[in-house]
Ligand binder design. Structure first.
Ligand code: UDP
Ligand code: MG
Length: 316
């Protein structure tokens, strides 16, 4: 009896990747050839690139029927690209990859074998080194993971990549989370399921340069914290309570001093310090509340996560 071959969808988000895509395509067809017992679909998401990425994808999809693409109307960010890819993928298994070969396609056969033979629902990858990355960036990344894991119940694995192979069930669960402010690393652990982690050494990108500035990463980190924990709000409340208690003690001390010893005018430097300190904390807390409020504001608008301008079906 001949059973139907299973389908693996490879979702690749691309933003200005004209140099990397041809190299990536070569690698991926090699892997596809190796894994002859499964069918493949290569679903490229063009995230509003301003270079020749779209042209390259059009040509590839004409040449190779396994290549599909979705092209956004503008740059919506990698999170939106991954989400669109998951929503449009047809495979029994889906994997997310970067176009720059930093997620080695050569790991795929091993990942597939683990899911098939060891009964895991998904296989994630994490890099154990951050070779080739600026040290200051690695330092902040490590701090971020320490911090968020202390605050959030959902576990975030340090060094975890978005590169992972998932069964259809996992993918459908992730798609069912329709939030606008997406922080995938958190969403992956939020949905649960059995995940095995494969470790590998960091690989530097083959061509082009990283699309993440330090500032973009910083904002992404805040997004992760706001999306997965409300601990900062609790910290704000505690700071408020603590300052309130200190204030009461001070009021008594000052009253006592004034009544017993009279009121020589002194101590304005300490007063200035106290005012500065308290107003600083107030502004900080307002800022924290503002972060949550702004995310809530964006969620209530229910805007689409991405807008498609063109797909491979547009030009047949
Ligand atoms: N990417 C994207 N939209 C963006 C930024 C990046 O689709 O707004 C894609 C990019 O083309 C690449 C992947 O996301 O395939 C990872 O980006 P990059 O290599 O710049 O990040 P890094 O590996 O440095 O973290
Ligand atoms: Mg990269």
């Amino acid at each position: 009896m001949k059973t139907k071959k299973e389908l693996i969808s490879i979702v690749i988000s691309c933003y200005n990747e004209e140099e990397s895509i041809p190299l990536f395509y070569q690698e991926i067809i090699k892997v596809a050839k190796e894994m002859a017992n499964v069918n493949f679909e290569f679903l490229f998401i063009n995230d509003g690139s301003r270079d020749k990425t779209l042209e390259i994808l059009r040509n590839l999809s004409k040449k190779d029927k396994r290549v599909r693409y979705i092209s956004f109307s503008r740059n919506f960010g990698k999170e939106a690209a991954m989400f669109a890819g998951l929503e449009h993928s047809k495979g029994d298994y889906v994997t997310l990859m970067d176009a720059d070969l930093q997620d080695p396609p050569s790991l795929l056969p091993k990942m597939f074998k683990i899911i098939k033979e060891e009964g895991y629902d998904s296989v994630g990858t994490r890099r154990v080194t951050r070779k080739g990355e600026p040290p200051i960036r690695s330092f902040f990344a490590r701090m971020f993971y320490k911090l968020i894991n202390k605050m959030s119940k959902v576990e975030m694995v340090d060094g975890a990549r978005d590169y992972r192979l998932m069964s259809r069930q996992v993918v459908d669960s992730i798609i069912s989370l329709q939030e606008y402010n997406r922080y995938s690393k958190g969403l992956f652990s939020f949905v649960g399921y059995e995940t095995k982690w494969l470790e590998y050494e960091n690989v530097e990108r083959v061509a082009g340069e990283t699309k993440w500035s330090f500032w973009k990463l910083f904002k992404y980190a805040i997004e992760g914290i706001v999306a997965f924990t409300t601990v900062p709000l609790t910290i704000a409340t505690f700071m408020g309570i603590l300052l309130f208690l200190i204030a009461i003690v001070f009021i008594f001390i000052i009253l006592f001093k004034t009544l017993v010893f009279g009121d020589p005018v002194s101590g304005w430097p300490s007063l200035a310090c106290i005012i500065l300190f308290c107003s600083g904390i107030q502004l900080l807390c307002l800022g924290i509340i503002g972060e949550y409020l702004s995310k809530t504001y964006l969620e209530t608008k229910k805007r689409p996560i991405y807008i498609i301008k063109e797909t491979e079906k547009s030009n047949v």
